[in-house]
Write a protein that binds this ligand. Structure first.
Ligand SMILES: NC(=O)c1ccc[n+]([C@@H]2O[C@H](COP(=O)([O-])OP(=O)(O)OC[C@H]3O[C@@H](n4cnc5c(N)ncnc54)[C@H](O)[C@@H]3O)[C@@H](O)[C@H]2O)c1
Length: 257
């Protein structure tokens, strides 16, 4: 079997949340430049437009769709528009996520900050996977990829307290296991990506933070956003057809310690 066949995503239809920057942008790009048709969803309309233009200029077929993952109706409408435009939905990436605004110990965490993280990181994944799984169940096929974090499998407090982030990412990891079982008989695979420290447009925020991330990572560096490409092509393609309910850790060795 040729690698180009096993990892093929050409012609597939993908929906990616949080696609205006960072890992979402990098995953959308990996799919689009390899021939997938991609709907980009994000609350940042201007950022989305930039990504849409950049990818379209490279010959990719992408559509920007502005909206917020905390709004279930907006996500449902965007997934419906995806199917209307491209005829089906093969790949859904629930990626949009935020970190604790307070970055404080739990007893100093505001209710608003906590609720906001739960709304984006957990309710957003609920809205996104619900909309996608309905379509995929009708098709009898699909790949759902949820972006959790290494901090869904271990706790971040040794570096910085982020209680809501830890709680929601852990929840996403176990939701993925649940969804994998619920849809295992329907041709749908559901998996999680658990990234370590990746460079995005906003992270690391300065040299000190980058030095801290580097020191925490056995490989001694943060990953570039584009290094997520192999992981997403694996989980989005037939290469992972017998893989479901798993967490793919891509962290430069942090969780091995
Ligand atoms: N970058 C890392 O080091 C890292 C590590 C582990 C996990 N992650 C996870 O990867 C995912 C992407 O992270 P990133 O670093 O690329 O983040 P980022 O902040 O660079 O990008 C996130 C994108 O999601 C969008 N977004 C945020 N809230 C949204 C909402 N409510 N509705 C729609 N769009 C929304 C933002 O506008 C932005 O474009 C997140 O789930 C994050 O927790 C990132």
């Amino acid at each position: 079997m040729r690698a180009s066949d096993v990892f093929r995503v050409a012609g597939k239809v993908a929906f990616v949340t949080g696609a205006a920057q960072g890992l979402g942008r990098a995953m959308a790009e990996a799919l689009a430049v390899n021939g997938a048709r991609v709907v980009l969803f994000d609350r940042d309309a201007a950022g989305l437009e930039r990504v849409e233009t950049a990818l379209t200029d490279r010959g990719a077929r992408v559509i920007a769709c502005a909206g917020d993952v905390t709004d279930g109706a907006a996500v449902e409408a965007a997934v419906a528009a995806t199917v209307e435009t491209f005829g089906r939905l093969d790949i859904c990436i629930a990626n949009a996520g935020i970190s604790d605004p307070d970055r404080a110990l739990l007893h100093r965490t505001s209710s608003d900050g906590w609720a906001r993280v739960v709304d984006v990181n957990l309710n957003g994944v609920f809205h996104t996977t619900r909309a996608a799984l309905g379509r995929m169940a009708e098709q009898g096929a699909g790949k759902v990829i949820c972006v959790a974090s290494m901090w869904g499998l271990a706790a971040p407090a040794a570096l910085q307290p982020r209680p809501a982030y830890a709680a929601t990412k852990g929840a996403v990891v176990n939701l993925v296991r649940e969804l994998a079982l619920e849809y295992a008989g329907q041709g749908i695979q559901v998996n999680a990506i658990c990234p370590g420290f990746f460079r995005t447009e906003t992270r690391p925020r300065d040299a000190d933070q980058e030095a801290a991330f580097n020191a925490f990572t056995p490989m001694g560096r943060v990953a570039e956003a584009e290094e997520i490409a192999g992981t997403v092509l694996y989980l989005a393609s037939s290469a992972s057809d017998f893989v479901t309910g798993t967490t793919l850790v891509i962290d430069g060795g942090v969780l091995a310690g």
